[in-house]
Ligand binder design. Sequence first.
Ligand code: FE2
Length: 222
Amino acid sequence: MLARIPLAVAFSPSARLFAASASVSRSVHSLPPLPYAYNALEPHISQEIMTLHHTKHHQTYVNGLNAAEDAYAKSQSTEEKISLQSALKFNGGGHINHSLFWKNLAPSTGDGGKLADGPLKKAIEKDFGSIESFKKEMNTKTAAIQGSGWGWLGYNTSSKKLEVVTTANQDPLLSHIPLIGIDIWEHAFYLQYKNVKPDYLNAIWNVINFKEAEQRFLSASK
Ligand SMILES: [Fe+2]
């Protein structure tokens, strides 16, 4: 292809700039569509929260991740690469966590809040004693996070057990395989629940998609 382009054009500064940016462009991440309407989780999570959370907050992590990956690809020195680590972790984690979060919610008129008899329910009862004990532990540990973060039901691949763990900021869960994540950043609840985190944490169980969590559990534990 290049041979058909006049040399003066092919080697012009703008052509070289285009070739350089095309070869290192990493703008591959995009906002996944929400698998339900913005008002579908009401009254438990309001339309206003879902709209802002998805179109503004998650989009910002996507943009930040693309920018950080572009900058990393173009960086010339180890120092530059190291300086980008926190942006990659923060925006990459934000994108991963929210992509998972939308799928682990569902309208209460559908799959939301319903934990049917099956392998996940059995495993929760085995590892936590009861469904109520599990929810209580998850809510207590998630509410206790200082600042912003995530509460998780994770599968420990070493012990083969389900465990409740937390991560700070937008750190993704890497020590376990995430089955259910609860976003405890203020942007996830404040417009509706103000400072009362326990009300948000109690309400969210009405829209947790246990069917999705069970699929993740089955694939994690096989
Ligand atoms: Fe969030």
